[in-house]
Design a binder for this molecule. Sequence first.
Ligand SMILES: [Zn+2]
Length: 327
Amino acid sequence: MTGLPPWLEHQAASLAAAQRGGRLGHALLLAGPAGIGKRSLARWLVQRLLCSAPEADGAACGTCADCHLLAGAGHPDLLRLEPEAQGRQIGVEAVRALCAELALSRHRATWKLAVIDPADAMTQAAANSLLKTLEEPTDNRLMILVAEHPERLPATVRSRCQALRQGLPSRADALAWLRTEGVAEEAATAALDAAGGAPLRAWTLLESEGLAERRQWLQALAEVARGETDPLALAADWGRTADPAPLQAWAAEIESRIGRQLVRGDEAGRLAARRLFRLLDRLWALLTWQGGGINRQLQLEALLLEWARLGTRDVRPGAGVPSTESR
Ligand SMILES: [Zn+2]
């Protein structure tokens, strides 16, 4: 029993086998969409490697001093690097400092670990500064890169990592897991839809009770797309707060629409997906926008106007949103 969701079991088993066989290497890349448990898998591995009294099967005991350190204030042999704030990038100085510290001697455990999460938040220069450490590894040092978009990492970095990719679990598996977590059938279905099929994201939505709010945002977006709500009115509404959540929900909605277009496999689908990708790029730029004020507001208005212009023409037939295309 790993305590991990069932769809991560085989990844966990292969990591455990690599650990037993001394084949863990010095850099792992845990890749896959948001909300499937990459972070849980990383934490599970970190626990196993730092525990000083593991079970016979290598599982962390949960009671030794190292396990306590890890669960509490933090373990001195675990270095973590993340952006200073959500949506920010990880710069080259932070990565250099991490690599320098990783090279120092271990404090108490057999392993010294560095987790970069999300690794795709590193700037190109920051990612490139990992290369020296990846090319000249020190024994019992392991770097764990967690990435939703591994393609944003330089190929030179990716090729030096052992990559474990995990896709979305099947809908049946995701729903079954949510049920074992005590979520009622109907709520599980609604949350999983809202989370684009990612079960841990669905769980987070349920936990934060963000579902109703999110439904309102998506409702407003659908009304703009159908021409029932003025995009500028919605921009004014959303512009009142710096909360990125409505924009994040919008980005997830665009991503799932892109997915639906691409599976069509025809030219119209590809064209629609391309338009949506352009919008998504601009939305991501707005999400990482450091300034505020009038420019942010103008950008938001421009994006919602574009969303209204795209309308519902690329929504899959039968999705319950009537098409407004006059053609
Ligand atoms: Zn332990």
